[in-house]
Write a protein that binds this ligand. Structure first.
Ligand code: LTN
Length: 334
């Protein structure tokens, strides 16, 4: 009975290494909200992953708290979801170490994110950056996670490999997770280089929109968004018009309109009218989120209560798995 009624478990996380972007809202968090009822969800602020790149301590602290405020403002209900900070649940570090010992040097060397990040941080290629996927596997496996919403399939692949290797030796300790690709996944691209994903590490600051950005800044970025020089400046989606297609996608997420409806709406109007219209739609979508997050940030006691509660719930689930692992590998139980 109980087994049949068990909700599937979802785990995902975002690093507090910068402010949340429009891309993470539309591509991830908005979907997380939709999953809250059907699944048992753990949404983590992965500060331990963030320190693989050098952080300014005060900024990291402020961003982790602000990220929680933004999660809630985006619609993640802390009663329905377990929202917590990774470093508050020691089991992540504890299982992370164990899994380091079941993860091969060769497989870590092949991870594209390690290659990317070590070329971007040539002066700080630390061991944590290298073993990042083992810690990520610990995050996921601690909760017996069924589904992981990610756009980096490679990270779930290595997590599955590690889990299967472990299970092959010790029996069924870990649930083998699957990547979850949302049915309406919006992959939002940079406004200035639309061939790249919108990212806080974008070199051009105009390419990335932040949830907490002011309406004026947002409008400025959209007015400068890269389109194309096709004559007529027609608004329609196609693989050759990456910039325009991306803007249409953003507009579609904000307004709920289909690509066809958007094409009809801007028929004959050109990019000069289209770009600020997308900017306006984004401003109005983000306005209530930003205002609510600002309000929540003034209530530190409330945010800290959420974090204490989240950490307690997460630790309860995580420690069950950790105890099992410690027992299986032969650590003395007292
Ligand atoms: N690697 C992810 C963040 C992350 C994560 C996780 C995502 C850490 N642990 C577990 C899903 C599940 C990133 O940097 N985007």
């Amino acid at each position: 009975m109980e087994e049949a009624a068990r909700k599937k478990i979802i785990f995902s996380g975002i690093q507090p290494s910068g402010d949340l972007t429009l891309g993470s809202y539309m591509g991830a968090i908005k979907n997380w909200v939709a999953l809250s009822d059907e699944y048992e969800c753990y949404y983590c602020i992965v500060d331990m992953h963030a320190i693989t790149v050098r952080q300014v301590p005060a900024d990291l602290r402020r961003r982790a708290l602000s990220q929680l405020a933004q999660y809630i403002a985006c619609g993640l209900d802390p009663k329905k979801n377990t929202l917590f900070i990774q470093s508050h649940v020691p089991a992540h570090a504890q299982l992370g170490w164990v899994l380091d010992c079941y993860t091969m040097f060769g497989e870590l060397s092949r991870m594209t994110q390690f290659k990317d990040k070590s070329s971007k941080n040539a002066d700080n290629i630390n061991a944590g950056l290298f073993t990042y996927p083992a810690l990520m596997a610990a995050d996921i496996l601690l909760y017996q996670t069924d589904l992981v919403p990610v756009d980096q399939k490679q990270h779930v692949e290595i997590c599955r490999d590690i889990a299967m290797r472990f299970n092959n030796i010790y029996g069924d300790v870990f649930t083998i997770p699957d990547p979850y690709i949302p049915p309406t996944g919006a992959r939002i691209m940079s406004l200035t280089s639309p061939e790249n994903k919108m990212s806080k590490s974008d070199k051009d600051p105009g390419g990335c929109i932040y949830i907490m950005q002011s309406p004026d800044d947002i409008m400025r970025c959209f007015k400068r968004a890269v389109t194309d020089s096709e004559t007529g400046h027609c608004v329609y989606a196609c693989p050759e018009k990456l910039g325009v297609t991306n803007l249409m996608q953003i507009y579609s997420v904000c307004t709920g309109k289909t690509m066809d409806e958007i094409e009809a709406e801007f028929d004959g109007m050109g990019y000069g009218a289209f770009k600020p219209a997308v900017g306006e739609a984004v401003v109005e979508t983000l306005r209530p989120i930003r205002e609510e997050a600002e309000r929540l940030m003034k209530d530190k006691a409330y945010l800290e209560d959420i974090l204490r509660d989240g950490a307690e719930r997460a630790a309860y689930a995580a420690n069950r798995t950790l105890r099992k692992v410690y027992k299986k590998i032969g650590f003395v139980q007292i």
